[in-house]
Structure formats: structure tokens, C-alpha cells
Design a protein around this ligand. Structure first.
Ligand code: BG6
Length: 482
């Protein structure tokens, strides 16, 4: 049964409409929503970029992108043609006035939701915001969408927020963190707040520690320029891992409402302890048989940028004081796997007299093979007496939910439609982004001041050995990345 939520008619303008993100994610995502029947009849998608191109040329450009990155969604040519009919294109100059009168003409007289997607370098956000204003391209249903990186530290993030705030209200600004659009990430909230079972135990009295892992097999690929100026801390931790941490650690919001949720997330970030240097491990991948090492990939033999971070994070609040959160993320690791594991404490007394090394673990797999595993302790079968063994209660969403879970909308599809619907729950508020930078800035500044050099790790491994030791010092182990 299709559960497509109807949305109002819209004009979605993609600045950077010929760019990489548009080609790989935004346009194929919109096409899939079109196939799902979620695009109202006279909704339009308008590419806007510097390249000289006719609307027809843009239509073929988009069709190529969909064929290449559409994820094999089999829409017949007729459907693709029908989608192409919704596309327009304008050549505009974000930093000058060229093309803007054409944009005005195109939008004229349409009283519909206007979403402007800034899929461009952050240095252009301010220019675009002021030109939209100057050319009176906004109406009372205008929304703007911005991508990460949202700044590279607190100062730059504040400046970006200020330049957007000159012309737009916070309620109109949608800052994308695509992790929040992932099906299983939203499931974190469903599991916590939709079940009686977990929430009463969700605190430092019962939880020994929590692990958040986002492991990737890809290297920096063709993004060396951007990545080498960012590193894993800015690229992944400040945003994606921080958001996961917030959803796991936050207090229950009073309702599933954008500001109620974001208020709670913000409180978590503000309660994070500063991170001591020996609670962070940075790594950088070496060359391997099937790919160049990090330094070759970014063409800087002395680069000190990290492609891996592991850290121990404390939250100083009533719920979590004393329960460490261990975070790790890296590129060129042994497998692509993201999961969050809540490791419960040992029993305080065992009636079976065994050595007490059994504990419950709840693992939420974000990707791939989305699902939840709860490790429970049971009796080992057979006549050997009361010997205990840990077994998984394993649920993959695909098996449990059948067809409905097989092809969930990609994060971008869902988030773009949330923009059209005017729902900000899964978007970062300005103060959240700033608080996250305020926490990461001193960590990065510490590395710079000490001239810290990341530890090399083998491509295809599970990261630097120092990360293992960091947990060993706490008599804990990382969950196996597999
Ligand atoms: C992006 C980062 O935000 O997220 C990339 O810039 C990273 O470096 C990507 O590879 C990971 O996203 P996903 O959806 O593939 O887990």
C-alpha cells in the first residue's frame, strides 16, 4: 500500500542545478518522488546555474543523471518524459545580476511553495539570499535549503547564519544533515519513544556505554581538495555523528514537533564534556593494493588531516553522567557499516553462580542491512545444567516489514519533501550547528597547537590500533566492524 503524503504545489529552484549533488542525489530523488506520485500536477523543478544551457538541454542533462544515479528505479521512458516536462532551467550569476530578470519572469504569478536549494559553495549563501530578496523572488511560502559544510568552525558558522538571517526567518531555513533523513535514524526515535521496553533503562544506571560507528570503505576519491581542508572531524563528527549522539542521548521531547525535538538535541550538545587529548585517536589511511594512500589521494605527502577519528565522549547531565559514548568514523575501513550499540551493564547478582560476563546489547544497524539486534542471555540447550549463552534476537526491517521496507526513500527524497511540506523536524537549527562547532573547535585547535600527526592505519583494516587501546584502558572493546 503506498503511503504517499500529498504535498502542495511547488517550485523548487536548485542553485547549483548542474552540480554533483544535484546529479547524484537531488534530481534522482525528485524523480523517484515523481514516480511515487508525490509531485503535484503543476509542480516544477528549476535548475539554476552559471552554465549556458537551454531548458531542453537541461532536460536531457537530468535524464542522463537519472539513468546514471537513479538507483535502477525502473520508470519507463514515458514517465521520464513526463518528469522532464516539469523541468526548467535558468542561467544565473549568483554574484551578479545576470539571469535574475529571467528567473523573475519564470516565477511570476505563481502563488505556490517556493523552495530554493542552495547546492553551492557556502561562500555564495549570502549572495543568493540577498539576490532573492532584491529581486523579490520570495513569497510567504518561501523556504531555503542549505547543505553542509555549514561553516568550518564557530566563527564561520555564525557568519553564515547571520547572512541568511538578514533576509530569512529561522522558520524558513532548512539546514540539511542527510543522516537525519535515513530511515533507520528516524527509527532510533521510534524505538526509544514508541516502546515501553527501553526507555526506563536508557540511562547511566543501566547502560554501561554506547558505541556509535560510521565506517566507510570509500576513500576521499575525487574530493581531496575539500576533504583535506576538513578531515573526519569536520566532515562527519561535527554533523552526522553528533546528530546520532543527540538522538540517542536526548530527553524525550514532549511531542514530535520540530522545535521540541531540536530543543532536546541542543541540550545534549551543550552538556557534552570537553574532550581530553588522550580521549581522541586520529588516523590516516595508508596505500593498499587496490588504492592510493590518503596522502597520495590528496596530493600532499605531508598532510596531517585525519581520515579516521575515534573518541570517548562524556555527557554531564543527570541521565548520562558516568556512561561514556565512544564514537568512531573513518574512510577506507574494512567494511561499510554504521551502527549504534547500547551496551547494558552486567547483572549485579547472578543466581546461577557463573562468572558474570553476560550483558544485553541493543544494536541498531543504520546501513547496510538495516535492522535491530537485541542480545539476550538464555540457557544453553542440552543437559549440561544452567549454563548461560548470549543469543541475538535479530530483526532486519526488510524481513519484518516486507515490501514496505525494501525500497525506502533515500534520505534526500524524504528531506526535500519535508521542505515542501514545511516540516523542520529533521533539519538542524542554527543554534544546534553553532553549539556543535563550539564543542569541536577546541578539539581541532588542540591538534593544531600540538602539531598532532594522525596515526597511519592500513586500508581495509578496522582503523588504528590506538583506538583499540583507548577502549582497553577502560576494559572495554569495540564491537567488531563487519
Ligand atoms: C557526507 C560526507 O556528508 O557523508 C562524506 O561528506 C561521506 O565524506 C558521506 O562519505 C557518507 O554518507 P552515507 O550516506 O554514504 O553514509
Amino acid at each position: 500500500v503506498s503511503r504517499v503524503i500529498p504535498v502542495d504545489t511547488f517550485d523548487l529552484v536548485i542553485f547549483g542545478g548542474t552540480g554533483d549533488l544535484a546529479r547524484r542525489k537531488i534530481l534522482p530523488g525528485l524523480f523517484r518522488r515523481f514516480c511515487a506520485g508525490q509531485m503535484p500536477e503543476d509542480a516544477r523543478v528549476i535548475g539554476a546555474a552559471r552554465a549556458e544551457m537551454s531548458a531542453d538541454e537541461y532536460r536531457s542533462f537530468v535524464a542522463d543523471a537519472i539513468r546514471e544515479f537513479g538507483g535502477g528505479k525502473s520508470c519507463d521512458d514515458g514517465t521520464l518524459e513526463a518528469f522532464q516536462a516539469r523541468l526548467e532551467y535558468v542561467t544565473v550569476d549568483a554574484m551578479g545580476d545576470d539571469g535574475w530578470p529571467e528567473m523573475v519572469k519564470l516565477m511570476d504569478g505563481r502563488d505556490v511553495v517556493r523552495a530554493y536549494y542552495f547546492s553551492v559553495a557556502p561562500s555564495l549563501f549570502g549572495d543568493l539570499a540577498s539576490r532573492l530578496h532584491k529581486w523579490e523572488l520570495t513569497n510567504d511560502q518561501t523556504r531555503i535549503v542549505v547543505e553542509k559544510p555549514f561553516g568550518r568552525d564557530l566563527v564561520t558558522a555564525k557568519a553564515l547564519n547571520a547572512s541568511l538571517a538578514e533576509h530569512f526567518d529561522e522558520s524558513q531555513i532548512y539546514r540539511i544533515d542527510h543522516y537525519l533523513g535515513k530511515e533507520t535514524v528516524q527509527n532510533l526515535m521510534a524505538v526509544r519513544f514508541g516502546n515501553m521496553l527501553f526507555e526506563p533503562l536508557w540511562n547511566s544506571q543501566y547502560v554501561d556505554h554506547i558505541q556509535i560507528t560510521v565506517a566507510e570503505t570509500v576513500g576521499v576519491g575525487g574530493r581531496g581538495d575539500y576533504y583535506d581542508r576538513s578531515g573526519a572531524m569536520r566532515d562527519m563528527v561535527q554533523n552526522h555523528l553528533m546528530q546520532l549522539l543527540c538522538l540517542i542521548a536526548m530527553e524525550p521531547p514532549s511531542k514530535f514537533d520540530p522545535d521540541a525535538v531540536r530543543d532536546e538535541k541542543l541540550k545534549v550538545i551543550r552538556a557534552l564534556d570537553p574532550v581530553a587529548p588522550h580521549h581522541v585517536v586520529r588516523g590516516q589511511y595508508d596505500a593498499s593494493g587496490d588504492g592510493p594512500g590518503y596522502r597520495e589521494a590528496v596530493e600532499d605527502p605531508r598532510s596531517r588531516t585525519e581520515s579516521y577519528v575515534a573518541m570517548k565522549v562524556g555527557i554531564s547531565n543527570w541521565r548520562w553522567a558516568g556512561t561514556p559514548f565512544y564514537l568512531r568514523t573513518g574512510k577506507r575501513l574494512v567494511t561499510r557499516s554504521s551502527e549504534i550499540s547500547v551496551v547494558f551493564k552486567e547483572l549485579n547478582h547472578s543466581i546461577f553462580g557463573e562468572k558474570q560476563d553476560h550483558r544485553n546489547t541493543l544494536s541498531i544497524r543504520l546501513q547496510p542491512n538495516e535492522g535491530i539486534t537485541l542480545n539476550v542471555t538464555i540457557k544453553e540447550p542440552g543437559p549440561g545444567g544452567m549454563r548461560l549463552v548470549d543469543v541475538p534476537l535479530d530483526m532486519t526491517f526488510a524481513e519484518a516489514l516486507g515490501e514496505d521496507a525494501e525500497d525506502p526513500p533515500d534520505a534526500y527524497e524524504r528531506l526535500i519533501m519535508d521542505v515542501i511540506r514545511g516540516n523542520q523536524t529533521l533539519f538542524m537549527r542554527g543554534d544546534e550547528v553553532e553549539a556543535a562547532w563550539a564543542w569541536t573547535d577546541p578539539i581541532i585547535a588542540g591538534w593544531e597547537a600540538r602539531g598532532d600527526v594522525p596515526k597511519p592505519y592500513e586500508s581495509g583494516s578496522s582503523g588504528p590500533g590506538d583506538a583499540v587501546q583507548m577502549l582497553a584502558r577502560d576494559t572495554r572493546v569495540w564491537r567488531e566492524v563487519k
